[in-house]
Each structure stands twice: as C-alpha cells, then as structure tokens.
Design a protein around this ligand. Sequence first.
Ligand SMILES: C[S@@+](CC[C@H](N)C(=O)[O-])C[C@H]1O[C@@H](n2cnc3c(N)ncnc32)[C@H](O)[C@@H]1O
Length: 258
Amino acid sequence: MTTKEYRRLHAEWYERVSAREDHTKEIEFLAKCIKASGEPVLELGSGTGRVLVPLLERGFDIFGIDTSEDMTARCQAVCRAKGLQAKLYQQSMIDFSLPSKFGTVLLTSGGLGLFVSDQDIRSTFGRVMAHLEPGGLFLYEFEPVPVEVNPSWNTGNWAGDWLAEPDGLVIAWRKRMKYDAATHVWDSLFVVEKFLNGRLVESEANERTGRFFTVKEALEFGKAAGFVDLKATHWLTEEPPNKDSKVVTARCHKPLGE
Ligand SMILES: C[S@@+](CC[C@H](N)C(=O)[O-])C[C@H]1O[C@@H](n2cnc3c(N)ncnc32)[C@H](O)[C@@H]1O
C-alpha cells in the first residue's frame, strides 16, 4: 500500500506538536473507561504513542497497531528510552489479526475519519468484534459533520503555524482543505517544512482524504456490526454531543456470551 501521510517528517511533526500539549484529561478519561471494561487494551492507529505510552506508564497492558513505519518507530524509541515494554504491530486496522483477545479496543483522535468507504469501516468493526472478549468495550472517536463550513475551506486559503526549538530547528506547516458538503468527505494537502538555522533541510507533502459523520451514521456502523449498549458523548465527557462538539466519542460493547 502506498501511503501518502504519516511518513518521516509528518511523524516528527506529530510527535513534536503532541509533546507541547497536555493530554492528561484525555488519558484519565481513557483510563477510567479501561478500568470499567478490562484489559488487555488494543489501540488502533497507535501512532507515536501519544496515548499508548502514558497508558503503559500507568501500568495498563496495552498493544498497538499502526500502518506507519515512521510513527511506530518513534513510539518504539520512546518506549525503549522509558524502559517500557511495547507490544506494537505494523498492521492495518481494516484486516488486522493478533494472537490475543482484548477487554478494550480504542480508536482515538477522531480515528473513524481515517475512513472514507463504508466497506473499510465495516471490515474494521468486524475485526474489532473478532478480537474483543464478550462484554468488551469498543471506544471510537469521530469528527461530526460541521454545522457551518469553515470559511477557509474550498477557498484556496492555507491555514498553518510553526514551532521553533531552542537548537535552531523550525518546523512550519500549512494545510488546504476541500470539503464536499453532500458526501461529508474532504481532501487535504498538508505541507510540512523543516528548517535548521534558517535553511530548508526537508519538506514533505501529505495527502489525505477523510470523512465527517453524523452521530446517527457513526453509531449505525457499531449497531450493524453487532455491538450493543451504544452511546455517543461530547469528547471526554458523559454529556450528549452538542453543536460545539469538535470530536464525539462513541462507546459500545460486544454482547455477553458471544
Ligand atoms: C491522527 S494519528 C493518531 C495517533 C494516536 N492514536 C494518537 O492519538 O496520537 C492516526 C494514526 O493512524 C494510523 N493509521 C492510518 N490508517 C491506518 C490503518 N488503516 N490501520 C492502522 N493504522 C492506521 C496512522 O499511521 C497514524 O499513526
């Protein structure tokens, strides 16, 4: 499979930007969900370990799968440096196969939006069902269909930012989005540039097609796959989604006795 994102510079950008944010509230929310549903845990698209590493540090038995070699290598390096035992597999969530069953499966960071085709989602949910213990939790997040289209989309405008490190490293990024309000599918071009002491040393163009979902649509995928006790909440809360929800968390369970 040719990947058009989450390669070398994208992975570095992801790790550096993540390190500048406080994820404690998110990790505590996920830890609470795991304690209620059980271990081991599987994170789909575990990336650089933004979520997986702090959960490992809290003593949870957690596995990760990801298609990106560069993201996974960074996660492995962090685990090594911290003396943590990483159980990482380079597999796609669409057709993964692992020798374990899980009490909890996580798909965070709006990960449902990695998919555009219903078929890929059905396949992923089928693999999750096959790997969950009866009663196990599947938590998946998605970005809901926006109430208002962002004024910078479809205009040709770039949105971006940069970070500067004390050692003279600057990473700048910019993004353009094209959004189809009829299908809720978007295309983006995400350009990352790395400068050292003012000189461009590396650049990378990442292409991505993604999707927003209505809450009903997102829950329907869980229901169709045979999950029960489905609910959707505003990100990191027990409140229902509202018009300001940028991310929605869906939770559902594998039926007991299956
Ligand atoms: C936005 S990052 C999230 C990483 C991590 N979950 C976090 O919250 O920081 C999405 C990750 O999903 C991975 N990914 C994309 N498609 C995938 C697939 N089909 N199977 C497994 N991983 C995938 C990417 O390589 C990337 O590391």
